[in-house]
Design a protein around this ligand. Sequence first.
Ligand SMILES: NC(=O)c1ccc[n+]([C@@H]2O[C@H](COP(=O)([O-])OP(=O)(O)OC[C@H]3O[C@@H](n4cnc5c(N)ncnc54)[C@H](OP(=O)(O)O)[C@@H]3O)[C@@H](O)[C@H]2O)c1
Length: 206
Amino acid sequence: MRKLVYYVGTTLDGFIAGPDGADPTGPNGFWPIPEDYVRHIVERYPETLPVQARAALSVTGEGTHFDTVLEGRRSYEIGLKAGVADAYPHLRHLVFSRTLTKSPAPAVELVADDPVDTVRKLKQEDGKDIWLVGGAELAGALYGEIDRLILKVAPLTAGAGIPLFSHKATFDPRSWRRTDCTMLDSGAVVLTYARTTAAVTPAIDG
Ligand SMILES: NC(=O)c1ccc[n+]([C@@H]2O[C@H](COP(=O)([O-])OP(=O)(O)OC[C@H]3O[C@@H](n4cnc5c(N)ncnc54)[C@H](OP(=O)(O)O)[C@@H]3O)[C@@H](O)[C@H]2O)c1
């Protein structure tokens, strides 16, 4: 069965963006993107580059991991405001929103249904894995459905901001098995973890 994979950039202190909800890697962002980080994405996950980056880098690779991408409305609107209505035309692109009524791009599917139900249905379909872009609110809603975490950990702290999972997510400790770790010279580490079925052992008091 295909997996739901939260493939996301995070600071060392667990933030995916600053408190303003803007693109932290954008022109006025605080998050530098080193050359070896870009190279890693191009070589391993070319399908996760948005269309404008693919064009700039002459990337045409289909990629081997994902054929579907899921975004929360606020993450999607960052690209939309920059004039990109469909950043991932090479993938099936679903945007979750209960407020948008008309899709700005024909190939972008708006979904107002429960993300958990939608993901369970997608997992039953044939295909490659499903990339959960984020942001935190959508990832929080889908926390229990995530099969794999790929954390692109930047050598940065933010102190405050938007966390990996919304503070509104349910407290539900889970254990994960590390399956890959790539250390980049620039200081970033790409960590891959698969969800285990083992229960989390409670801490022993005293
Ligand atoms: N570091 C990274 O790799 C990375 C990746 C992605 C995003 N980000 C950052 O994350 C930030 C945005 O994250 P965010 O948490 O504020 O917003 P988000 O998760 O991107 O979007 C939230 C919106 O998604 C919709 N949504 C969420 N849960 C839903 C549910 N259960 N059912 C239906 N719709 C649902 C709602 O849209 P409606 O209000 O329209 O109903 C909600 O307002 C941005 O700063 C972005 O740069 C970082």
